[in-house]
Design a protein around this ligand. Sequence first.
Ligand code: ZN
Ligand code: ZN
Length: 526
Amino acid sequence: MSTLTLKLYPSWDTQKSPIPPRSRLYNLEPIGIGTPYVESLTSYVIRLAEQHCITTRRLLIKEIAPFMGREPKLSNLRNERNESIGKILGVNRDRTATNGTGLMATNLVRAMSILTKRTDLYFLTLRPWEKVLSKRDLLRHERVWCPSCYQEWRDTNKSIYEPLLWCINVVQICPIHHHPFLSVCPHCLNQQLVLSGDSQTGHCNKCGKWLGSYRYKSGGVNQMKKADEIAWQLYVNHELGELIASAPTIISPIDSNRISQTISNFINQAFQSNQAALSRAISVNQATIGSWCKGKVIPQIDKLLLLSHQMRIKLLDFLTTDILFFDNIACGSSTNQAEQPRKSYKRINSERKQVLNIVLQEVINEYPPPSLEDVAFRLKHYPLCLQNHFPELCQIIKVRHADYKSVSRQQKIQPILELALQEFPPPSFLEISRRLGYKNNSYLYRYFPELSRSISKRYQEYNNAIGKKKRELVCQEIQNVAQLLHSQGQKPTQRRVTQLLTKPGVMRNLWVRSYLREIRQSLGYD
Ligand SMILES: [Zn+2]
Ligand SMILES: [Zn+2]
């Protein structure tokens, strides 16, 4: 028997839910927020233009300008090309501040946020660090790029963009590929502005050609010779990368007073209140240090890095945390000496010494031979302490380990060199050395003379062959062009021939001009 029961249904809300306002431009997601490789604001503008299939100029003039408070002047801007962009941004040719800490970045962030309805564009600039980063020499004035990064992104179908890190002046090498940035287009030899009406990601602003390549790797490293220079650059990259990455997660307010406080504390603790000692340690004059301590001036970015390195704290902590005590202080000495642990000479009683002696004797017969650092770690002593008490045994341990390392390195290197001999096009010997992590090729030449010579020779021969082939092609073309002009009744002068060449630049070579002279003579001129 069924009983009739009434069911109660929830009432329907028949009101239409409000549709949130649409953004004028795509709500394009910025690349890499919260990572060291976050995109710069200028890069975002350029990418957005590309997404809308318009030029950066058009985006800036038509869409962004009205929100930058620049409307009234627009009517007479339409015809001016480069200058108009500068006027919209509120600067002349120096557009670097677009990614910086000042008003220009704020204005552009505001305009772009209105247009895209995004709230995170602030992190594409250095605005979050406005209070603690000095504007002086902070950003570079021209556009730079890492050709390997571009090429790699293209090869792996990733978006091409320009990281904010590339804009910072003190960052001089790519943190991924470790070679210096390029700032001159290899095709048209021009430098470029950070943002222009013709900006395109990964391409030259001037000639429009693709800027990515793996070719510039070895050429770049040559410019940066010293290992400590590279080590410093990697440190700079790391510290600034961390700073940029942490911007979205910073909670405590950033305050420039903290810097002067930290520096004063540091001088008091590490240098017994002696400003001159810090001045010597970081090579900055004392008056400047005085004005930092009084909070009159914020140290420039390069000096901030020197200081945080000297204090052995992270730059991020330096700028965001109240540091009252310094643990591993480098007391007035240069930073290299500070790497050594200080407690190395602690006393060892005679019993312990006997035990250690027996253990070290055992270690000498161990295979594979451990490093002195490993042994010291196992025995819970500092390497320097062991060395102090057992100089001979430690010497043997070090030599055995070094020999072992060099043999195993050789076993690893040989097959790589042999493979290089089969590579095509033949790599240069320097390139191979670099791949193996050597700064120059003397090590490889010493231990693998035969293979090294073969690799060099092969590269040389290949290059010669290529050069010869190119010359032949050039000669052939010159001959053809000269013949053509001759058959038209025109004298094949240098100017006429040059105009008809596919690569007119070759005429700059002496041998090309003298070849043309020969051809002319053979045709009965001169
Ligand atoms: Zn790179
Ligand atoms: Zn170019």
